[in-house]
Ligand binder design. Sequence first.
Ligand code: NDP
Length: 333
Amino acid sequence: MNWAFVGASTIASQHMMNAVRQQAGNEVTWIVSNSPDRVKVWAKEHNVANATTSLEDAISDPEVGAVYISSTNEKHHAQAMAAIAAKKHVLCEKPLGMTLQEATEMVRAANAARVTFGTNHHLRCSGSHRAIRKLIAQGRVGKVLSLRIHHAVHLPDHLQGWRINSADSGGGVIPDIVVHDADVTRFLLQEDPATVVAQMTSSGMGQGVEDSCMSVWTMPSGAMVMTHESFTHPFAGSSLEVHGTQGSIFANGVMTQRPVGAITLVTEVGREEIAFPDHSLYVMGVSEFVAATEGHGRPAADGPDGVKSLSVALSVREAAKTGQRVEVDYGGF
Ligand code: NDP
């Protein structure tokens, strides 16, 4: 399958070009950017045959089967709607859109057009998160009581652009990282948060957008979730803990783009180190997306997953703004 990449972005460059090219018979044949200069340089650097500033050029190519969207967040909706209208399968970066309405429109349009729609939530593709989900599903921790996510990182210099200074482009740690943590929680616990309370702040990096957030979510099962996301913490590391009536899971260093970290299960029997596969998260995600376009299975995170994880993030921001507890609205999904 031939792909058009929309967005001459870091994630496309560092992970997604390789992830597509790792799939037998798949190639990236178009790169679309708003900058005539950057798009030429990008195409040359990555050996992509066609470079354009016109999305229409790429999606009108009948040889293109799939479109991967990794532009800044405010562009996702219009670009996805155009690709869907052209009957292309769409793999879109998180957050799907700026609002719940944008995201639901995209997913409903993809369903109506009968194209495959995936959301690029990479963490649920990792061997570590899949191993944790299996432990929970096997009842190794008993009834889940709580989940804690520590995802406070230091945004690298080269990413300190629109993410920290442009609300209009979808900047802020909530659309950037809380949305991932929402997806991880939903993936691991197999249920959707019901209500959230939250606080956010700018602690030195964010200019007009939040760079740090802490929130607490309730789950329909009665489990509680606590998350901390930030762009400003150079030495905090990341971790994920799941605590249940029969055991606890401690996963260190697993909130990342790389297949690293360590998982320990602690029960009355003692401590057990849990092994997990170290495949690339992005190669796995694209592989499951490609299989779905061929009628096998579903994307690792599909359209409704993207909508719901965005809904949680938007509710967290609303709760932090108003100081009120917010019931998460899933827009009918
Ligand atoms: P970048 O800032 O690298 O790229 C976003 C856009 O900014 C590009 O599409 C490009 O616009 C423009 N741009 C890129 N480099 C430059 C430059 N040197 N000068 C001026 N403009 C530039 O964003 P990311 O790759 O970090 O993020 C892109 C999307 O992917 C976001 O939606 C983000 O949330 C998501 N993301 C997802 C991740 C995941 O693991 N799922 C990880 C990281 C990001 P143009 O295309 O018009 O040239």
